[in-house]
Design a protein. Sequence first.
Length: 266
Amino acid sequence: MRVVVGLLLLLLGLCGSGAQGEAGGLGEVAEINQNTDPKDAAEESTEQTTKQTYPDIWTELRALRDMVVELNVHMELLQRENSATELVSLESRLTSSESRTSDLEKENADLQTRLSSSESRIDQLERENSEKPKVAFYTALTDDGHLGPYNTDITLKYSKVFTNIGNAYNPSTGFFTAPVKGVYYLQFTVMGLNADNTAVSVYKNNQRIMANWEQNNNMIQKYLTNSLVLELTAGDEIHLVLPSGQSIYDSSGNQSTFSGSLLFTL
């Protein structure tokens, strides 16, 4: 832009100088015509022919100046068009960015909704878990060694309580009482020593539901183990019975045990 302006100033200066030269030249021609002798006519004719070429040069310079002005105008139009194109491009990019931002906001809102739903579900599970009764017990029989044989059935009272979550087992009576309706897992192990025969029965609400025995003829230790999965209602009772004529051995080694837990509620 600065080059174009400089060129215009130069052309204007040349045009001004040319105009002064033309005026001066005409005056000089008049003076020469008045004072020149006939013998100089040929020289004067030659000078006049030379001066007649100047108007053509100034015409070309003016045309060149007009071309420069036109070029300048064209450049300004191009600059305006480029600015408009850039503006349209920026507007398009801005619209695209706004659309992407809107999509991200929607995705974020969806994630927030899902997170809230997950948190609500976790809170519900935590409440259900906290409200769900926890039942588990593990006991051993005695430290006195041999128990039995007796001439009548006796209820086994497992006096050594190691775990009693929910307090569903009563060591004073030997009874396990289901606190809620559900499915329970129960297991027992009894040991027979020397020539004693070993047996144990499982009772539910004073009704025998399982009988187990082991005959020992080899004067060695023998173990009897079994387990049950029972559906119990709240208040149902489970206890183990040593049949008459049978014996069990237990010591500080806890060879004879009784345990159970709640699998799930119903």
